[in-house]
Design a protein around this ligand. Structure first.
Ligand SMILES: *Cc1c(COP(=O)(O)O)cnc(C)c1O
Length: 357
């Protein structure tokens, strides 16, 4: 088998991590087992996993150009990364950040486990300073939900960096980013989102190039037990086969919708980083008007989460914890693979009926 660097990531995503023995199926079937008879590589699944999990980790690791450990959810993956912080250490977290990770960092503060500093996603000087003083930087780019960008390479290569650099690249996908090559130590994804791609599973990934970090993550997964289930492993591997196709189509749709929304009089501001499948926008008139828009769409689903084949949106301002910094009427949209014209017609008709005064 060729190495990932010898082919395009689109090809790797399709051909990697599959069985090769004569007579084997083209892809790993669902391995519904907890234990195996002795004599092979696998003994108990929480310890050694399965061939199907090895296959998925090989595919994802190749896309990331590192070694990937799959966890039972994105939050399990994020928890495993935060375990790298020593007791009494310091963590820097973005001001605009996935709310679950912000809450996890805060719970560590409440337990006296570590201290947390918050840094603006685009404040490179702030991150560089934090890299000297903290044990771990948690970067998220694009950030959720304001889609701000962080300069991973500049921060990772800063002089006197002491902190481990971890990047939550969920919104960028492994195709839209390759942060290990930019100097990050670990890259995390919620595979629940674009990697799985069909809103039908929870999984998380952590990738690294450091043997010690990789082994530490595997030990943590074995002992904490945040192990991926067999069905999820199967669905995720099937999903990632089409990641390139889905992400390309969704990104083209997002560019089109960002453009249309930007010139609509009832839209105050569009947040779009110039690529990717996420578009956030602020509706004139505030949260109630935003709710009315979200509730009056037909094709686009008013639902949380993101990264599925279907377009979804939800109001994020006034969402509760961690949303104080968001402007009123902020909607986050995850763009899917439907026809762009149909999506815009759905939005345009719903916008038409809105009284934004
Ligand atoms: C969803 C998400 C997570 C958490 O992942 P789960 O799979 O829901 O546990 C973390 N970070 C980002 C950016 C996310 O979108």
């Amino acid at each position: 088998m060729k190495k990932p660097e010898e082919m395009s990531p689109e090809t790797w995503a399709v051909v990697s991590g599959r069985p090769s023995a004569p007579g084997s199926p083209l892809n790993h079937p669902i391995t519904a087992a907890s234990n195996f008879r002795p004599g092979g590589d696998h003994w108990y699944v929480r310890n050694e996993g399965t061939d199907a999990l090895d296959g998925l980790e090989a595919t994802l690791g190749g896309l990331e150009r590192g070694s990937t450990v799959v966890f039972s959810s994105g939050m399990a993956a994020a928890s495993a990364v935060l375990e790298l912080v020593p007791m009494g250490g310091a963590v820097a977290v973005p001001t605009d950040c996935y709310h679950g990770v912000a809450a996890l960092a805060r719970s560590g503060v409440e337990q006296g486990r570590w201290g947390v500093t918050r840094v603006e996603p685009s404040d490179t000087d702030g991150w560089v300073a934090a890299a000297r003083n903290c044990d771990l930087l948690w970067l998220e780019t694009p950030s959720n939900p304001l889609l701000e960008l962080t300069e991973v390479a500049a921060i990772s290569s800063s002089a006197d960096r002491r902190a481990i650099v971890a990047v939550d690249a969920t919104l960028a996908t492994p195709l839209g980013s390759r942060h290990l090559a930019r100097g990050a130590d670990v890259v995390m994804h919620s595979a629940t989102k674009f990697i799985g791609g069909h809103s039908d599973l929870l999984l998380g990934t952590v990738s690294s190039r450091d043997e010690t970090i990789d082994q530490g993550l595997r030990t943590h997964r074995r002992l904490a037990g945040a192990f991926p289930g067999a069905l999820e492993v199967f669905l995720c591997h099937r999903g990632v086969r089409t990641l390139a196709l889905r992400y390309e189509r969704a990104s083209a749709n997002a560019a089109f919708l960002a453009d249309e929304l930007g010139s609509h009089p009832k839209v105050k501001r569009v947040y779009y980083p110039g690529s990717g499948a996420m578009v956030s926008f602020q509706i004139a008139g505030g949260d109630q008007v935003a709710d009315r828009l979200c509730g009056s769409l037909e094709l686009i689903a008013n639902a949380t989460s993101l990264g599925g084949v279907e377009t979804t949106l939800e109001r994020r301002s006034g969402y509760g914890e961690g949303s104080d910094h968001l402007p009123p009427g902020l909607i986050r949209m995850s763009v899917g693979v439907e026809a762009a014209a149909d999506l815009w017609r759905d939005l345009e008709e719903a916008l038409k009926g809105l009284d934004t005064k």
